[in-house]
Every structure is written in structure tokens, then in C-alpha cells.
Design a protein around this ligand. Structure first.
Ligand SMILES: Cc1cc2nc3c(=O)[nH]c(=O)nc-3n(C[C@H](O)[C@H](O)[C@H](O)COP(=O)(O)O)c2cc1C
Length: 322
């Protein structure tokens, strides 16, 4: 089946779903499975040196000939890894967490399209003259890094869509099924950028305890952890992560000054658990859609259900108009 939008047309894909670069769980298997299902996957480039990133790109290409994206975080950009990415010519690079500046032109010169994630209308406007091919408008429901003073997806997407038209916009945050995809399209988006739902997929390299946390979490258990700003201050956009509550999060929630005084130790603990691929003990990133997710599914089934259910929802909506 297909659900065509300007985003699918741009990349020659069938389903307007981008699997977000859910570091450290965006395995090559996940990226390839999403692509094979007609949507598009993202490799998470953060913390990867050039050789490791090239190896990951080769793994994805060994599994699938479908287009995919390689993500880089602007504030911590590794120049060698970025240059290697451009040399490998993925369908697109995606940027997040800061103003991408001349990185956009460099990608275009290499023949690579650019996707950029923003959290506010102001952030979209300040990059609107760079020629960005696709914008991601990330609302405050989203898992992972987002603005402490966030704007909901429902309010943000139409504003960004109006501001950057005709560039396609993907909605991020609050989308885990076909109803969310249909809602995003109705708000003026050309698709969705989905993280948490794909974390709870068979192919994601999230640990079983992390996946189990997502299945068990209610939306209100997924909190914006502002104390993070005292431990790992943002250097681009003013972001802190949305995480599932754990004893560690409960212990430090709201204790900004005390966390700042112990920042070095806490930073070491968080980074150790994240790089070990076991963030579930301390700060497991996840969005409010965790409350919508009841089972681990193969990525292809997630994509298929999203597309089928979105079309059903859109048809039902159209049928009620006189
Ligand atoms: C575990 C996790 C890791 C993430 N890592 C990245 C990343 O490395 N780069 C990035 O641009 N976005 C990252 N994000 C944010 C996503 O791009 C996206 O905005 C978000 O997942 C959408 O919200 P949802 O998780 O509620 O679907 C991450 C999100 C999660 C949940």
C-alpha cells in the first residue's frame, strides 16, 4: 500500500514515516526493516567516529537498497564523521539540537538532502533561508531531547508548516500509530518522525528491560528531566530530555543546584550507562506515546499498521463531512 505526500515523493518511498535516530537503539536491522517496509530509517551518528559510522552505513546497505538518513547532532558534530557521511551519500542527513549553518550547503554540494529538527516556530524561521529540504517539528510530547519550555505537537506543526511552506514538515512527538499519522497529515504535515514506537520494535537494539519499561509506562511516567541541564548543559538549542521515571530520576528531580555541585560524578554515571546501551537504570529516553504502546512489534508491522490505520482514519474523517 502507499500513502503519498510531498515527503514520500521527495525520497521515492511509499509511507510517510521516518524512523527517528533513537541512539543507542537505531540498529542497522531497524533502519533496514523500516526501509524495506516502504518508510525510511535513520542511523544515529552521535558519538560515532567516522570508521564506526561508515561500518554502520555499510551494514544497512548490506541489508537493504532503500533510502535512509544519517543523523548528526549539531552541537557535538564530529567533523570527520560528518565528512565521511557525505562521502557515503545517504539519501539525506538530518540535524538536530542546534542551528546547522553552513552544514546545509555542504550537504547539498555533496548531493545529499537535509532534514532539520526544530522545537519552536522561532527556530524554524531562523533557518528558513538555508534551503532545508524537510523540517521536523518536534512537539513537547516527544521522547529524548526537547525544549524545557516546549510547545505541543498539535500547536507547533501547523505553525511550522505555514512558516516553511512549501518545504515538507514531519511531525514528531505524540505519534505512535495510524491515528497520530492521520492527525499529523491533517495538521499540515507531510509525514511523521517517530522514535519511541520504534524503540519498542523487535529490531531496535534497546535492551529488553528498556523495552519492558516502555510497555509498562504510562504517559505521565515520561517526564521532562530538567535536572539534566545541570549535569549535561545544552550548547545549542535549550534542551533537556524526556525520560521514563526511575529511582535515579525521582532522586534528582527538581534538585538542580545539588546536581550541579555533583555534575561530574552524575555525568560519568549517565554516560557510562548510556554508552553501555543500558540507560534503563538511570535516564531511559522515551516520549509520552509510551502510554499507547502495549507490545513489541516487528518494525515492518509498525509501519504497515500506521499506514493502514491512518488511511482508515482519514477516510472516516472525510466521510463525516457533508
Ligand atoms: C531514545 C531516543 C534517542 C533519541 N536520539 C536522537 C538522536 O540521536 N538524534 C536526534 O536527532 N533525535 C533523537 N531523538 C529524538 C527523535 O528525533 C524524535 O524527535 C523523537 O523520538 C520523537 O518523539 P517520540 O519518541 O515520542 O516518537 C531520540 C529520541 C529517543 C526516544
Amino acid at each position: 500500500m502507499s500513502l503519498r505526500t510531498p515527503f514520500t515523493e521527495l525520497f521515492g518511498i511509499e509511507i510517510p514515516v521516518l524512523q527517528a535516530p533513537v541512539w543507542p537503539a537505531a540498529s542497522a536491522d531497524l533502519v533496514a526493516a523500516v526501509g524495506a517496509a516502504g518508510a525510511m530509517g535513520s542511523i544515529a551518528g552521535v558519538f560515532s567516529r567516522a570508521d564506526a559510522l561508515l561500518a554502520q552505513i555499510a551494514r544497512v546497505r548490506g541489508l537493504s537498497d532503500r533510502p535512509f538518513v544519517v543523523n548528526h547532532l549539531v552541537p557535538s558534530l564530529d567533523e570527520d564523521a560528518f565528512a565521511a557521511t557525505l562521502g557515503a551519500r545517504p539519501a539525506a542527513v538530518s540535524f538536530a539540537l542546534g542551528h546547522p549553518g553552513e552544514l546545509v550547503a555542504r550537504a547539498h554540494e555533496a548531493g545529499v538532502k537535509v532534514i532539520h529538527q526544530v522545537h519552536t516556530l522561532a527556530q524554524a524561521l531562523e533557518v528558513s533561508d538555508l534551503g532545508i529540504d524537510v523540517f521536523v517539528a518536534q512537539g513537547s510530547e516527544a521522547g529524548g531531547q526537547g525544549m524545557a519550555a516546549g510547545v505541543s505537537t498539535m500547536a507547533l506543526v501547523p505553525q511550522v508548516a505555514d512558516a516553511v511552506a512549501p518545504a515538507p514538515v514531519l511531525a514528531a512527538g505524540g505519534v505512535a500509530d495510524g491515528r497520530g499519522l492521520a492527525a499529523a497529515l491533517t495538521l499540515g504535515a507531510a509525514g511523521v518522525n517517530v522514535g519511541t514506537r520504534f524503540l519498542a520494535s523487535t529490531e531496535a537494539s534497546a535492551t529488553q528491560p528498556w523495552k519492558a519499561q516502555i510497555l509498562g509506562a504510562r504517559s505521565e511516567d515520561c517526564v521532562r528531566f530538567e535536572t539534566w541541564g545541570a549535569i549535561l548543559p545544552a550548547s545549542g538549542y535549550d534542551v533537556v530530555p524526556r525520560v521514563i521515571r526511575t529511582p535515579f530520576v525521582d532522586e534528582w528531580y527538581g534538585r538542580f543546584d545539588e546536581a550541579a555541585a555533583q555534575a561530574k560524578r552524575l555525568r560519568g554515571e549517565i554516560m557510562h550507562s548510556a554508552r553501555a546501551g543500558t540507560p534503563e537504570a538511570l535516564t531511559p529516553f522515551a516520549g509520552q506515546t509510551a502510554g499507547l504502546i502495549g507490545e513489541v512489534l516487528p518494525a515492518a508491522e509498525i509501519v504497515r499498521r500506521m499506514a493502514v490505520d491512518a488511511c482508515d482514519a482519514l477516510r472516516r474523517g472525510a466521510a463525516s463531512c457533508a
